[in-house]
Write a protein that binds this ligand. Structure first.
Ligand code: EPU
Length: 433
Protein backbone atom coordinates (compact mmCIF):
# COMPACT_ATOMS: atom_id res chain seq x y z
CA UNK A 1 0.00 0.00 0.00
CA UNK A 2 1.38 3.44 -0.92
CA UNK A 3 2.48 5.91 1.72
CA UNK A 4 4.27 9.26 1.63
CA UNK A 5 7.60 9.65 3.35
CA UNK A 6 8.23 13.31 4.10
CA UNK A 7 11.37 14.87 5.56
CA UNK A 8 10.06 18.15 6.83
CA UNK A 9 11.60 21.57 7.11
CA UNK A 10 12.09 22.57 3.46
CA UNK A 11 10.75 25.99 2.40
CA UNK A 12 8.62 25.58 -0.71
CA UNK A 13 9.52 27.75 -3.70
CA UNK A 14 8.36 27.75 -7.29
CA UNK A 15 5.24 27.72 -9.44
CA UNK A 16 2.26 25.38 -9.59
CA UNK A 17 -0.67 25.35 -12.00
CA UNK A 18 -3.96 24.43 -10.34
CA UNK A 19 -5.90 21.61 -12.04
CA UNK A 20 -9.55 21.50 -13.03
CA UNK A 21 -11.91 20.94 -10.10
CA UNK A 22 -12.70 17.36 -9.08
CA UNK A 23 -15.95 18.35 -7.41
CA UNK A 24 -17.07 20.18 -10.54
CA UNK A 25 -15.99 17.29 -12.79
CA UNK A 26 -18.15 14.64 -11.09
CA UNK A 27 -21.63 16.21 -11.53
CA UNK A 28 -20.63 17.60 -14.95
CA UNK A 29 -19.67 14.10 -16.10
CA UNK A 30 -23.06 12.83 -14.90
CA UNK A 31 -24.76 15.53 -16.99
CA UNK A 32 -23.72 13.55 -20.11
CA UNK A 33 -26.59 11.18 -19.25
CA UNK A 34 -29.03 13.98 -20.13
CA UNK A 35 -28.30 13.95 -23.88
CA UNK A 36 -27.57 11.58 -26.75
CA UNK A 37 -24.97 14.05 -28.08
CA UNK A 38 -21.29 14.12 -26.97
CA UNK A 39 -20.27 16.26 -24.01
CA UNK A 40 -16.60 17.19 -23.98
CA UNK A 41 -15.06 18.44 -20.74
CA UNK A 42 -11.70 20.24 -20.64
CA UNK A 43 -9.00 20.26 -17.93
CA UNK A 44 -10.28 17.09 -16.27
CA UNK A 45 -7.81 15.98 -13.57
CA UNK A 46 -6.29 12.46 -13.49
CA UNK A 47 -7.77 11.18 -10.24
CA UNK A 48 -9.17 7.92 -8.95
CA UNK A 49 -12.57 9.58 -8.31
CA UNK A 50 -12.72 10.61 -11.97
CA UNK A 51 -11.80 7.08 -13.09
CA UNK A 52 -14.47 5.66 -10.79
CA UNK A 53 -17.10 8.02 -12.19
CA UNK A 54 -16.07 7.06 -15.74
CA UNK A 55 -16.39 3.38 -14.75
CA UNK A 56 -19.88 4.02 -13.37
CA UNK A 57 -20.92 5.94 -16.48
CA UNK A 58 -19.67 3.09 -18.66
CA UNK A 59 -21.94 0.69 -16.79
CA UNK A 60 -24.73 3.18 -17.47
CA UNK A 61 -24.20 3.20 -21.23
CA UNK A 62 -21.93 6.27 -21.49
CA UNK A 63 -18.70 5.92 -23.41
CA UNK A 64 -15.92 7.96 -21.74
CA UNK A 65 -12.70 8.65 -23.63
CA UNK A 66 -9.73 10.79 -22.65
CA UNK A 67 -8.29 13.09 -25.32
CA UNK A 68 -4.70 14.26 -25.63
CA UNK A 69 -5.28 17.69 -24.03
CA UNK A 70 -6.57 16.52 -20.62
CA UNK A 71 -10.09 16.46 -21.97
CA UNK A 72 -12.79 13.84 -21.51
CA UNK A 73 -15.38 13.01 -24.16
CA UNK A 74 -18.59 11.48 -22.86
CA UNK A 75 -21.20 10.06 -25.15
CA UNK A 76 -24.41 8.25 -24.21
CA UNK A 77 -24.45 5.29 -26.57
CA UNK A 78 -27.03 3.19 -24.79
CA UNK A 79 -29.85 4.97 -22.96
CA UNK A 80 -31.35 1.84 -21.43
CA UNK A 81 -29.22 1.07 -18.32
CA UNK A 82 -30.67 2.69 -15.20
CA UNK A 83 -28.69 1.08 -12.42
CA UNK A 84 -25.74 2.44 -10.43
CA UNK A 85 -24.49 -0.71 -8.68
CA UNK A 86 -23.39 -0.96 -5.06
CA UNK A 87 -19.83 -2.11 -5.84
CA UNK A 88 -19.07 1.23 -7.56
CA UNK A 89 -21.21 3.55 -5.43
CA UNK A 90 -19.61 2.29 -2.22
CA UNK A 91 -16.19 3.46 -3.50
CA UNK A 92 -17.45 6.99 -4.16
CA UNK A 93 -20.44 8.70 -2.58
CA UNK A 94 -20.53 11.28 -5.38
CA UNK A 95 -22.02 8.51 -7.55
CA UNK A 96 -25.34 9.83 -6.22
CA UNK A 97 -25.14 12.58 -8.84
CA UNK A 98 -26.22 10.15 -11.59
CA UNK A 99 -29.63 9.85 -9.89
CA UNK A 100 -31.25 13.09 -11.15
CA UNK A 101 -29.96 12.89 -14.75
CA UNK A 102 -30.86 9.19 -15.13
CA UNK A 103 -34.38 9.66 -13.80
CA UNK A 104 -35.00 12.76 -15.94
CA UNK A 105 -33.69 11.24 -19.19
CA UNK A 106 -34.55 7.54 -18.80
CA UNK A 107 -37.69 7.69 -16.62
CA UNK A 108 -36.25 5.33 -14.03
CA UNK A 109 -33.13 5.18 -11.87
CA UNK A 110 -31.97 2.46 -9.50
CA UNK A 111 -29.02 3.82 -7.55
CA UNK A 112 -27.36 2.12 -4.62
CA UNK A 113 -27.93 4.16 -1.46
CA UNK A 114 -24.52 5.59 -0.46
CA UNK A 115 -23.46 4.61 3.05
CA UNK A 116 -21.81 6.81 5.65
CA UNK A 117 -18.12 7.54 5.41
CA UNK A 118 -15.22 8.69 7.54
CA UNK A 119 -16.40 12.29 7.61
CA UNK A 120 -19.90 11.53 8.95
CA UNK A 121 -23.36 10.15 8.15
CA UNK A 122 -23.95 12.10 4.92
CA UNK A 123 -27.68 11.50 4.32
CA UNK A 124 -29.33 12.01 0.90
CA UNK A 125 -32.81 12.88 2.16
CA UNK A 126 -32.76 16.32 0.52
CA UNK A 127 -31.95 14.79 -2.89
CA UNK A 128 -34.89 12.42 -2.52
CA UNK A 129 -37.32 15.06 -1.26
CA UNK A 130 -36.37 17.29 -4.17
CA UNK A 131 -36.96 14.58 -6.75
CA UNK A 132 -40.23 13.61 -5.08
CA UNK A 133 -41.34 17.25 -5.35
CA UNK A 134 -40.65 17.00 -9.11
CA UNK A 135 -43.16 14.14 -9.20
CA UNK A 136 -40.87 11.12 -8.92
CA UNK A 137 -42.02 8.03 -7.10
CA UNK A 138 -39.25 7.01 -4.75
CA UNK A 139 -38.84 3.67 -3.06
CA UNK A 140 -36.05 2.00 -1.15
CA UNK A 141 -35.46 -1.57 -2.22
CA UNK A 142 -32.69 -3.80 -0.86
CA UNK A 143 -30.30 -0.90 -0.30
CA UNK A 144 -31.18 0.78 -3.60
CA UNK A 145 -33.05 4.03 -4.28
CA UNK A 146 -35.57 3.30 -6.99
CA UNK A 147 -36.99 6.45 -8.58
CA UNK A 148 -39.51 6.49 -11.41
CA UNK A 149 -41.40 9.19 -13.32
CA UNK A 150 -42.81 9.26 -16.85
CA UNK A 151 -41.89 12.92 -17.09
CA UNK A 152 -40.87 15.11 -14.17
CA UNK A 153 -42.96 18.22 -13.47
CA UNK A 154 -41.51 21.57 -12.43
CA UNK A 155 -42.08 22.56 -8.79
CA UNK A 156 -40.91 24.88 -6.04
CA UNK A 157 -38.34 23.02 -3.94
CA UNK A 158 -36.63 23.97 -0.68
CA UNK A 159 -33.17 22.38 -0.31
CA UNK A 160 -32.11 23.82 3.06
CA UNK A 161 -31.00 21.23 5.62
CA UNK A 162 -29.77 21.37 9.21
CA UNK A 163 -26.24 22.20 8.02
CA UNK A 164 -27.12 24.47 5.13
CA UNK A 165 -27.93 23.50 1.59
CA UNK A 166 -26.63 20.47 -0.26
CA UNK A 167 -24.13 20.81 -3.10
CA UNK A 168 -24.70 17.53 -4.94
CA UNK A 169 -28.41 17.68 -4.03
CA UNK A 170 -28.64 21.05 -5.82
CA UNK A 171 -26.74 19.53 -8.77
CA UNK A 172 -29.11 16.55 -8.91
CA UNK A 173 -32.30 18.61 -8.76
CA UNK A 174 -31.06 21.30 -11.16
CA UNK A 175 -29.98 18.65 -13.69
CA UNK A 176 -33.26 16.75 -13.41
CA UNK A 177 -35.33 19.94 -13.72
CA UNK A 178 -33.73 20.86 -17.07
CA UNK A 179 -35.86 18.13 -18.70
CA UNK A 180 -38.97 18.56 -16.49
CA UNK A 181 -42.18 20.00 -17.79
CA UNK A 182 -42.50 23.68 -16.81
CA UNK A 183 -40.76 25.82 -14.24
CA UNK A 184 -38.74 24.70 -11.22
CA UNK A 185 -37.58 27.06 -8.49
CA UNK A 186 -34.93 25.78 -6.11
CA UNK A 187 -34.94 27.77 -2.87
CA UNK A 188 -31.97 27.58 -0.52
CA UNK A 189 -29.86 26.22 -3.35
CA UNK A 190 -26.17 25.62 -2.72
CA UNK A 191 -24.12 28.60 -3.99
CA UNK A 192 -20.82 26.77 -4.51
CA UNK A 193 -18.82 27.57 -7.69
CA UNK A 194 -19.20 23.90 -8.73
CA UNK A 195 -22.98 24.42 -8.97
CA UNK A 196 -22.37 27.45 -11.21
CA UNK A 197 -20.01 25.41 -13.38
CA UNK A 198 -22.65 22.72 -13.83
CA UNK A 199 -25.29 25.36 -14.67
CA UNK A 200 -22.93 26.83 -17.28
CA UNK A 201 -22.45 23.43 -18.92
CA UNK A 202 -26.21 22.71 -18.87
CA UNK A 203 -26.92 26.14 -20.42
CA UNK A 204 -24.44 25.29 -23.20
CA UNK A 205 -26.36 22.05 -23.70
CA UNK A 206 -29.55 24.08 -24.20
CA UNK A 207 -31.01 24.28 -20.68
CA UNK A 208 -32.77 27.39 -19.40
CA UNK A 209 -31.32 28.22 -15.99
CA UNK A 210 -31.12 31.51 -14.11
CA UNK A 211 -29.66 32.41 -10.74
CA UNK A 212 -27.04 29.67 -10.21
CA UNK A 213 -24.52 30.90 -7.66
CA UNK A 214 -27.29 32.43 -5.54
CA UNK A 215 -29.80 30.79 -3.19
CA UNK A 216 -32.68 30.79 -5.71
CA UNK A 217 -32.26 28.98 -9.03
CA UNK A 218 -34.97 29.09 -11.68
CA UNK A 219 -35.09 26.40 -14.36
CA UNK A 220 -37.49 26.28 -17.29
CA UNK A 221 -37.64 22.71 -18.56
CA UNK A 222 -36.94 21.86 -22.22
CA UNK A 223 -37.78 18.74 -24.25
CA UNK A 224 -34.20 17.75 -25.06
CA UNK A 225 -30.61 18.80 -24.48
CA UNK A 226 -27.72 18.69 -26.95
CA UNK A 227 -23.96 18.22 -26.71
CA UNK A 228 -21.46 20.86 -25.57
CA UNK A 229 -17.82 21.57 -24.86
CA UNK A 230 -16.83 23.08 -21.56
CA UNK A 231 -13.60 23.61 -19.58
CA UNK A 232 -13.81 22.97 -15.84
CA UNK A 233 -13.18 25.70 -13.29
CA UNK A 234 -9.95 25.37 -11.33
CA UNK A 235 -10.06 23.36 -8.11
CA UNK A 236 -10.46 25.74 -5.18
CA UNK A 237 -9.63 23.06 -2.63
CA UNK A 238 -6.43 22.01 -4.38
CA UNK A 239 -5.55 25.71 -4.67
CA UNK A 240 -6.28 26.31 -0.97
CA UNK A 241 -4.20 23.27 0.01
CA UNK A 242 -1.13 24.56 -1.87
CA UNK A 243 -1.66 28.04 -0.42
CA UNK A 244 -1.47 26.56 3.05
CA UNK A 245 1.52 24.39 2.02
CA UNK A 246 3.36 27.60 1.13
CA UNK A 247 2.23 29.22 4.39
CA UNK A 248 3.19 26.33 6.68
CA UNK A 249 6.70 26.05 5.20
CA UNK A 250 7.24 29.81 5.19
CA UNK A 251 7.67 29.45 1.45
CA UNK A 252 7.25 31.68 -1.60
CA UNK A 253 5.04 30.07 -4.19
CA UNK A 254 3.24 31.28 -7.30
CA UNK A 255 -0.06 29.58 -8.10
CA UNK A 256 -1.43 29.81 -11.64
CA UNK A 257 -4.99 29.13 -12.77
CA UNK A 258 -5.98 30.18 -9.25
CA UNK A 259 -9.74 30.54 -8.50
CA UNK A 260 -9.52 33.80 -6.58
CA UNK A 261 -13.30 34.35 -6.32
CA UNK A 262 -13.80 30.85 -4.95
CA UNK A 263 -11.49 31.42 -1.99
CA UNK A 264 -12.39 34.79 -0.49
CA UNK A 265 -13.11 33.40 2.99
CA UNK A 266 -9.90 31.39 2.93
CA UNK A 267 -7.80 34.40 1.90
CA UNK A 268 -9.45 36.42 4.66
CA UNK A 269 -8.49 33.87 7.35
CA UNK A 270 -4.99 33.37 5.94
CA UNK A 271 -4.40 37.12 5.86
CA UNK A 272 -5.17 37.29 9.57
CA UNK A 273 -2.85 34.34 10.22
CA UNK A 274 -0.08 36.14 8.32
CA UNK A 275 -0.10 34.28 4.99
CA UNK A 276 -0.24 36.94 2.27
CA UNK A 277 -1.64 36.30 -1.20
CA UNK A 278 -1.18 38.91 -3.95
CA UNK A 279 -2.18 38.80 -7.63
CA UNK A 280 1.04 38.51 -9.64
CA UNK A 281 0.59 41.57 -11.81
CA UNK A 282 -1.12 43.55 -9.08
CA UNK A 283 -4.65 43.21 -10.37
CA UNK A 284 -7.05 40.25 -10.31
CA UNK A 285 -8.34 38.86 -13.64
CA UNK A 286 -11.73 40.02 -14.93
CA UNK A 287 -13.38 36.60 -14.51
CA UNK A 288 -12.02 36.20 -10.95
CA UNK A 289 -11.40 32.51 -11.60
CA UNK A 290 -8.09 32.20 -13.47
CA UNK A 291 -5.65 34.35 -11.53
CA UNK A 292 -1.93 34.06 -10.87
CA UNK A 293 -1.09 34.75 -7.27
CA UNK A 294 2.05 34.87 -5.19
CA UNK A 295 1.96 33.50 -1.64
CA UNK A 296 4.36 34.46 1.11
CA UNK A 297 4.03 34.13 4.85
CA UNK A 298 5.17 35.89 7.99
CA UNK A 299 7.57 34.02 10.21
CA UNK A 300 5.19 34.28 13.16
CA UNK A 301 1.73 32.96 12.45
CA UNK A 302 -1.15 34.50 14.37
CA UNK A 303 -3.99 32.39 15.86
CA UNK A 304 -7.51 32.85 14.43
CA UNK A 305 -11.06 31.53 14.67
CA UNK A 306 -12.24 29.46 11.69
CA UNK A 307 -15.87 28.43 11.21
CA UNK A 308 -16.66 26.15 8.27
CA UNK A 309 -19.81 27.11 6.41
CA UNK A 310 -21.46 26.69 3.03
CA UNK A 311 -20.00 28.87 0.24
CA UNK A 312 -18.99 31.71 0.41
CA UNK A 313 -17.95 30.72 3.95
CA UNK A 314 -14.78 28.84 4.82
CA UNK A 315 -14.96 25.38 3.15
CA UNK A 316 -15.06 22.23 5.27
CA UNK A 317 -12.74 20.68 2.66
CA UNK A 318 -9.91 22.94 3.91
CA UNK A 319 -10.56 22.52 7.65
CA UNK A 320 -7.91 19.82 8.23
CA UNK A 321 -5.32 21.79 6.26
CA UNK A 322 -5.82 25.05 8.16
CA UNK A 323 -5.77 23.09 11.42
CA UNK A 324 -2.28 21.86 10.54
CA UNK A 325 -1.23 25.48 9.94
CA UNK A 326 -2.78 26.73 13.18
CA UNK A 327 -0.92 24.02 15.11
CA UNK A 328 2.13 26.24 14.52
CA UNK A 329 0.53 29.61 15.26
CA UNK A 330 1.55 31.76 18.17
CA UNK A 331 -1.41 31.20 20.54
CA UNK A 332 -4.87 29.62 20.74
CA UNK A 333 -7.07 29.15 17.67
CA UNK A 334 -10.63 27.85 17.53
CA UNK A 335 -12.01 25.74 14.69
CA UNK A 336 -15.75 25.09 14.51
CA UNK A 337 -16.98 22.54 11.94
CA UNK A 338 -20.55 23.36 10.92
CA UNK A 339 -20.92 21.13 7.86
CA UNK A 340 -19.69 17.74 9.10
CA UNK A 341 -19.50 17.97 12.93
CA UNK A 342 -17.53 14.69 13.13
CA UNK A 343 -14.93 15.49 10.50
CA UNK A 344 -12.01 15.39 12.95
CA UNK A 345 -10.18 12.09 12.49
CA UNK A 346 -7.00 14.06 11.74
CA UNK A 347 -6.94 15.53 15.27
CA UNK A 348 -5.65 12.35 16.92
CA UNK A 349 -2.98 12.00 14.20
CA UNK A 350 -1.82 15.61 14.66
CA UNK A 351 -1.54 14.92 18.40
CA UNK A 352 0.93 12.13 17.52
CA UNK A 353 3.05 14.81 15.85
CA UNK A 354 3.16 16.92 19.00
CA UNK A 355 0.20 19.23 18.24
CA UNK A 356 -1.91 20.51 21.12
CA UNK A 357 -5.59 20.23 20.25
CA UNK A 358 -8.63 19.71 22.43
CA UNK A 359 -11.87 18.67 20.75
CA UNK A 360 -15.29 19.21 22.22
CA UNK A 361 -18.09 18.22 19.83
CA UNK A 362 -17.79 20.26 16.62
CA UNK A 363 -15.17 22.59 18.16
CA UNK A 364 -11.41 22.17 18.40
CA UNK A 365 -9.14 24.39 20.44
CA UNK A 366 -5.71 24.43 18.81
CA UNK A 367 -2.89 25.74 21.00
CA UNK A 368 0.07 26.51 18.77
CA UNK A 369 3.41 24.80 19.40
CA UNK A 370 6.79 26.01 18.14
CA UNK A 371 7.58 22.75 16.33
CA UNK A 372 5.76 19.63 15.11
CA UNK A 373 7.63 16.31 15.21
CA UNK A 374 7.64 13.82 12.36
CA UNK A 375 5.78 10.55 13.09
CA UNK A 376 3.99 7.74 11.28
CA UNK A 377 0.34 8.81 10.84
CA UNK A 378 -2.74 7.31 9.27
CA UNK A 379 -4.78 9.10 6.61
CA UNK A 380 -8.51 8.60 7.14
CA UNK A 381 -10.11 10.60 4.34
CA UNK A 382 -9.05 12.75 1.45
CA UNK A 383 -8.79 16.15 3.15
CA UNK A 384 -7.56 14.82 6.51
CA UNK A 385 -4.70 13.23 4.55
CA UNK A 386 -3.88 16.57 2.96
CA UNK A 387 -3.74 18.15 6.43
CA UNK A 388 -1.29 15.48 7.59
CA UNK A 389 0.94 15.96 4.55
CA UNK A 390 1.09 19.70 5.27
CA UNK A 391 1.95 19.02 8.91
CA UNK A 392 4.69 16.64 7.70
CA UNK A 393 6.16 19.31 5.41
CA UNK A 394 6.67 21.58 8.40
CA UNK A 395 7.62 18.96 11.00
CA UNK A 396 11.10 18.18 12.25
CA UNK A 397 12.24 14.73 11.10
CA UNK A 398 10.40 12.12 9.06
CA UNK A 399 6.65 11.73 8.72
CA UNK A 400 5.08 8.71 7.07
CA UNK A 401 1.53 9.35 5.90
CA UNK A 402 -0.04 5.94 5.39
CA UNK A 403 -2.97 5.09 3.09
CA UNK A 404 -2.41 7.82 0.52
CA UNK A 405 -4.99 6.21 -1.75
CA UNK A 406 -7.33 8.66 -0.03
CA UNK A 407 -5.21 11.54 -1.37
CA UNK A 408 -5.10 10.08 -4.86
CA UNK A 409 -8.89 10.52 -5.00
CA UNK A 410 -8.56 14.29 -5.07
CA UNK A 411 -4.97 15.47 -5.66
CA UNK A 412 -3.23 14.62 -8.91
CA UNK A 413 0.29 13.33 -8.12
CA UNK A 414 0.59 15.55 -5.08
CA UNK A 415 4.06 14.26 -4.28
CA UNK A 416 5.38 15.37 -7.67
CA UNK A 417 3.87 18.82 -7.31
CA UNK A 418 5.44 19.21 -3.88
CA UNK A 419 8.79 17.85 -5.13
CA UNK A 420 8.75 20.50 -7.87
CA UNK A 421 8.43 23.07 -5.11
CA UNK A 422 11.45 21.64 -3.32
CA UNK A 423 9.76 19.41 -0.73
CA UNK A 424 11.49 16.22 0.33
CA UNK A 425 8.61 13.80 -0.21
CA UNK A 426 8.56 10.31 -1.74
CA UNK A 427 5.85 7.81 -2.51
CA UNK A 428 6.85 4.50 -0.96
CA UNK A 429 5.33 1.06 -0.74
CA UNK A 430 5.00 0.40 2.98
CA UNK A 431 5.04 -3.37 2.49
CA UNK A 432 8.45 -3.01 0.86
CA UNK A 433 9.99 -1.14 3.82
N1 EPU B 1 -27.05 16.84 3.97
C1 EPU B 1 -28.28 16.46 4.45
N2 EPU B 1 -29.14 15.84 3.58
C2 EPU B 1 -28.83 15.63 2.28
C3 EPU B 1 -27.59 16.04 1.79
C4 EPU B 1 -26.71 16.66 2.67
O1 EPU B 1 -28.59 16.64 5.62
O2 EPU B 1 -29.66 15.08 1.54
C5 EPU B 1 -26.10 17.51 4.88
C6 EPU B 1 -24.77 16.77 4.95
O3 EPU B 1 -24.79 15.73 5.90
C7 EPU B 1 -23.83 17.89 5.33
C8 EPU B 1 -24.40 19.08 4.59
O4 EPU B 1 -25.76 18.75 4.32
O5 EPU B 1 -23.89 18.16 6.71
C9 EPU B 1 -23.72 19.42 3.29
O6 EPU B 1 -23.53 18.24 2.49
P1 EPU B 1 -23.56 18.30 0.90
O7 EPU B 1 -24.73 17.53 0.39
O8 EPU B 1 -23.43 19.71 0.47
O9 EPU B 1 -22.25 17.48 0.53
P2 EPU B 1 -22.03 16.74 -0.84
O10 EPU B 1 -22.70 17.48 -1.92
O11 EPU B 1 -22.33 15.29 -0.68
C10 EPU B 1 -19.88 18.03 -1.60
C11 EPU B 1 -18.45 17.70 -1.85
C12 EPU B 1 -17.74 17.43 -0.54
C13 EPU B 1 -17.87 18.67 0.34
C14 EPU B 1 -19.35 19.02 0.54
C15 EPU B 1 -19.58 20.29 1.33
C16 EPU B 1 -18.49 16.64 -4.03
C17 EPU B 1 -18.25 15.43 -4.83
N3 EPU B 1 -18.34 16.53 -2.71
O12 EPU B 1 -20.44 16.87 -0.98
O13 EPU B 1 -16.37 17.24 -0.86
O14 EPU B 1 -17.28 18.44 1.59
O15 EPU B 1 -19.98 19.18 -0.76
O16 EPU B 1 -18.96 21.36 0.70
O17 EPU B 1 -18.76 17.70 -4.56
C18 EPU B 1 -14.24 16.31 -0.71
O18 EPU B 1 -13.98 16.73 -1.84
O19 EPU B 1 -13.33 15.85 0.07
C19 EPU B 1 -15.60 16.33 -0.20
C20 EPU B 1 -16.02 15.55 0.80
Amino acid sequence: MDAFEIRGGKRLRGTVRINGAKNAALPLMAAAILTDQPVVLGDVPELSDIRNMARLLKVMGIDAKRNESRGLRLHAEDASPCEAPYDIVRTMRASICVLGPTLARRGRARVSMPGGCNIGDRPVDLHLRGLAALGAQIELEAGYIVATAKRLKGARIFLGGPNGSTVLGTCNIMSAATLAEGETIIESAACEPEVVDLANLLIRMGAHIEGAGGPRIRIEGVDALGGAEHALIPDRIEAGTYLIAAGITNGEVTLENFPLDGLTAVLDRLDEVGVRVEPVDGKPPADGMHASVRVASDRRLQPVQVVTQPFPGFPTDLQAQIMALLCLADGNSIIIEKIYPDRFLHVAELLRMGARCIRNGPTVLVSGVSQLEGAPVMASDLRASAGLVLAGLAARGTTIVNRVYHLDRGYETMERTLQQLGADIQRIDVQAT
